[in-house]
Ligand binder design. Structure first.
Ligand code: AMP
Ligand code: ZN
Length: 486
């Protein structure tokens, strides 16, 4: 605790002490999903990572305003302001209105986030709901001399901007190399410079999502929405801006440029980027078509899956990796996470049944301090999980009568588990929320009790062994019979 929260800042390429701009109030902006299709597990990994960060900041006592946008317009297929609009294309394919597509996939996204037990953001603004703010920002950028209009489309002037500011501040790339690696402008191009990008795009006759602007009818470029909405809800300067690592080179680089060209200030003090979820080493992406959808994973309905995994197993699998490491998706890794998660949940179900002793050999404070130290070290969730397994070992040892714990330490153990497993990791016990199973087992345990009272040991053994064969172990004690999964 004494060293405070250290987080890795992409902007400075090192871990830094977290010192918010406005004391206990923290502003965090995370680039949300583009809702023209279902989110895949890679997208989920990024949102789960920021949920962990949001929850931990709250745990530390900060009042966090967490803004996560919904991109529902202005996203073309090509990264270089070309190609079809993704929403219009999908709308045609599904024979729906583009805003029906937006609605359908926004609701689907919310469902998935709820299944993963993530907290909703404080504000979830949409690009289409902030067209006026985007137009105003573009006007300011033009007035400041960093953008120009050609034939109804407005471009950001990267060369002009680079004379005063550092366009590659986030990725530390070399501007000349970037120029050399970008396609040369052709005679048809309206852009002045190779790296210039669109702030506003002129509508084609067939464009459905279109708005009136000072430059004619069109729609906003992809990057401007985040600059306009983060400034509106968090101010011109705020604490944390995040997203997946794939966004740093283009989207976030352009966001910084837009905000500086408009307000002459860097928008965020800390830039945080999550690493990619990969499949056989390749990044999971919507365009590559290697995306696993959460529902496929939960049901096991996918050619590469041997079975389904519950949302909490998948979340636990993600938390077992640090957010800045890549994480490769495989059946084996998920199987291991499933076992680990069950071990933790079993221990938690026994925690309520532990009986304290007058003296004991276990101390919980060192475990709690290690958990806090790990989280303060750039949200090191895998180290916290190792500590939670140590706590689970203590629970099992006391439950099995092979160790003793005092009432005070038992209370600390309960607080530790509540804080880290439920409040900070946002995990939940899916088995214990399965009330039907609980009810059935209560009934079976009751029948076995009656059988024993009637000295019908054949029936009572049959029940015990039968349950054991399907992975449920009964344990008899003075207080009665309890069960846990093995
Ligand atoms: P999109 O809907 O494509 O705009 O992406 C939503 C969020 O998911 C962005 O923050 C991306 O950086 C992130 N993302 C995309 N692919 C992956 C991946 N394979 N692993 C982790 N995050 C990803
Ligand atoms: Zn964004």
């Amino acid at each position: 605790m004494e060293n405070g929260l250290q987080l890795y800042n992409t902007l400075t390429r090192k871990k830094e002490l977290f010192e918010p701009l406005n004391g206990p109030n923290v502003g965090m902006y995370v680039c949300g999903p583009t809702v023209y299709s279902d989110v895949h597990l890679g997208n989920c990994r990024t949102f789960i990572s920021f949920d962990l960060i949001f929850r931990y900041l709250k745990f530390l006592g900060y009042k966090v305003r967490y803004v996560r946008n919904i991109t529902d317009a202005g996203h073309l297929e090509g990264d270089r302001d070309e190609g079809d609009d993704k929403f219009a294309k999908r709308a045609k394919l599904e024979q729906l209105e583009p805003m029906e597509i937006v609605q359908k996939y926004t609701l689907g996204f919310h469902d998935v986030m709820r299944m993963f037990n993530t907290l909703p953001p404080s504000i979830e603004p949409t690009a289409t709901g902030h067209i006026i703010e985007q137009i105003e920002m573009i006007q300011d950028i033009i007035a400041n001399g960093y953008a120009y209009e050609t034939n109804g489309t407005v471009y950001f002037d990267v060369e002009k901007y680079s004379q005063t500011y550092n366009y590659t501040i986030l990725t530390n790339r070399n501007l000349e190399d970037m120029m050399a690696n970008t396609r040369e402008l052709g005679g048809q191009d309206e852009k002045r410079g190779r790296l210039d990008f669109a702030l506003w795009i002129k509508a084609k006759p067939e464009t459905i999502m279109r708005w009136i602007s000072p430059w004619g009818v069109g729609f906003p470029g992809w990057h401007i929405e985040c600059s306009a909405m983060s400034a509106k809800y968090l101010g011109e300067e705020f604490d944390i801006h995040g997203g997946g690592m794939d966004l740093a080179a283009t989207h976030h680089t352009n966001e910084i440029a837009q905000s500086e060209a408009c307000y002459h200030k860097e928008p965020a003090k800390y830039w945080m980027h999550t690493n990619m979820l990969t499949v056989n080493g390749s990044r999971m992406s919507k365009t590559a078509g290697n995306g696993f959808m959460p529902l496929q994973l939960f049901s096991g309905d996918h050619p590469l899956l041997t079975k389904g995994y519950s949302p909490m197993t998948v979340k636990f699998f993600m938390l077992q990796a640090h957010y800045r490491s890549t994480l490769d998706f495989s059946n084996d890794a998920l199987d291991a996470s499933e076992k680990g998660f069950r071990r933790l949940m079993n221990a938690l179900s026994l925690l309520e049944k532990l009986v304290a002793s007058d003296s004991g050999e276990f101390e919980i404070e060192p475990i709690r301090l290690n958990c806090i130290k790990a989280m303060n070290d750039d949200f090191n969730s895998p180290v916290v999980i190792a500590e939670l397994f140590e706590a689970a070992r203590i629970i099992n040892t006391v439950y099995d009568g092979k160790g003793r714990i005092t009432a005070a330490e038992l209370e600390k153990l309960k607080v530790l588990m509540q804080e880290f497993v439920f409040d900070i990791f946002g995990l939940k016990d899916e088995e214990s929320s399965n009330n039907e199973l609980n009810d059935v087992l209560d009934m079976v345990i009751d029948i076995r009790k009656s059988a024993k009272e009637n000295k019908d040991y054949a029936t009572s053994d049959k029940i015990r062994i039968g349950l054991q064969n399907i992975g449920i172990q009964l344990k008899d004690s003075k207080e009665g019979t309890t069960w846990n999964k093995i």
